[in-house]
Write a protein that binds this ligand. Structure first.
Ligand code: ADP
Ligand code: MG
Length: 396
């Protein structure tokens, strides 16, 4: 599937720009097994990059104009690199200008370029197509202009592009996963110290399946920023009473309960969720290593319950998908994944039940919401990489 995407992106580039593309960059979507909304609260998260990608074809331009074509949308942006007029921030264009802006802040000089991108990561589904755009673009410019950026700098440029241009105050996990993901591995990222640990994923008779609710309620961006704000308020109140607490990582539920009466109910709920989710992640990682899938599944369900009832970022479609797994003996756990208010659920399911389960839940979901339900198998693949033109013929 990706082979075709790469070939079509490359051919399209040639047709539009009358030159061959110099580099092809493959930038994947990501999953987060557990640890939701805690990357910006100093927690750890369990990430993986998947075999759905944005493909970029790029070359230097021999004119004084740069062009970017969003092939899937049939849209084109042409601009002069050093033009200082205000830049559009909406939609995909914002991510690209955001990255260019971050390079400018770092006084990194680039020249004009031509670029085409095309993707099979479903947009707005919690698989982080936005981080794939930002980091893939940063990576492409780094290769094309030999900017000598480290991988971590590309991650930060991507995150800051999303924070400053797209206006979503996201943490670091999506961009980190995009760049540092490894085939067949789950990456445990400590978002406080940026320490990492890779674990080769072996699920034996189980697999991970994503169910795409097909909805994206528009609340997401503003609610995301609200949640950040609420957590910051909560942590400030906790610190006042317990000066030794410098992050949610070393705050206990007990400490939070001691000041429950002094916190607004909403703030209390947000903090409780964060503390509990931070504690679930090491348990889940341990369960993965011990191949204790029952335990892992239970933690996924608890995570969803917290996201729904305490953090309040779920929605009826996601709750329906998770609730429909309760009576399925082959499903050990499920939860909403990503920012929330739509997107995918991630499900831990016994392989021999998968086909029947997917058929059953598809019928039920479509009957309830009249929205097509798509499912994807999780195959963990490498983070963003550059592929040689000669490799295109052999890429999978
Ligand atoms: P997610 O990152 O979960 O996919 P976001 O809302 O953060 O959701 O990012 C989705 C946005 O990224 C889209 O609205 C669009 O602006 C941009 N985008 C993603 N994929 C493409 C694509 N193939 N072509 C153009 N824009 C895209
Ligand atoms: Mg995103």
């Amino acid at each position: 599937m990706n082979k075709r995407l790469i070939r079509e992106t490359s051919t399209f580039f040639k047709e539009k720009f009358n030159q061959a593309s110099s580099y092809h960059i493959l930038s994947p979507g990501r999953i987060n097994l557990i640890g939701e909304h805690i990357d910006y609260n100093d927690g750890s998260v369990l990430l993986g990059t998947i075999d759905k990608i944005v493909c970029f074809a790029i070359s230097k331009s021999n004119t004084d104009v740069s062009s970017i074509i969003a092939k899937d949308l049939g849209e084109r942006l042409s601009f002069r690199l050093h033009d200082n007029s205000p830049k559009e921030k909406d939609g995909w264009i914002g991510y690209f200008y955001g990255v260019l802006d971050e390079l400018k802040k770092r006084t990194l000089r680039i020249e004009n370029f031509n670029l085409v991108f095309s993707s099979n990561i479903p947009m707005g589904s919690g698989l982080s197509s936005s981080a794939a755009l930002e980091c893939g673009f940063g990576f492409a410019l780094n290769v094309l202009f030999d900017l000598k950026l480290t991988k971590l700098e590309i991650v930060k440029i991507g995150q800051q592009a999303e924070n400053n241009f797209a206006g979503v105050k996201c943490g670091i996990m999506d961009q980190f996963a995009n760049i540092f993901g490894q085939k067949n591995h789950i990456l445990k990222l400590n978002c406080h110290t940026l320490e990492t640990e890779y674990h080769r994923l072996q699920l034996d008779e189980y697999s991970l399946v994503l169910l795409n609710s097909g909805v994206k309620h528009t609340l997401l961006d503003s609610s995301y920023n609200n949640r950040r704000e609420e957590c910051a308020q909560g942590l400030a109140a906790i610190k006042k009473h317990f000066p030794q607490v410098n992050t949610f990582r070393n705050c206990t539920e007990n400490q939070l309960y001691q000041i429950e009466n002094e916190l607004e109910k909403t703030i209390f709920k947000r903090c409780l969720y964060v503390i509990q989710e931070i504690n679930r992640v090491p348990q889940a990682f341990d369960a993965l290593k011990k191949r204790d899938y029952d335990k892992l599944g239970k933690l996924l369900y608890k995570s969803h319950k917290g996201l729904n009832e305490l953090y309040e970022v779920s929605c009826s479609e996601l709750n329906f998908l998770v609730a429909h797994t309760f009576d399925e003996s082959g499903v050990l756990g499920a939860r909403m994944m990503g920012g929330g208010f739509g997107g995918c659920t991630i499900n831990l399911i016994r392989k021999d039940c998968e086909t029947a389960f997917k058929t059953k839940i598809k019928i039920a979901y479509e009957k309830e919401f009249n929205i097509p339900l798509h499912s994807y198998q999780v195959n963990l693949s490498n983070g963003t990489s550059c592929i040689q033109v000669e490799q295109i013929a052999t890429s999978s």
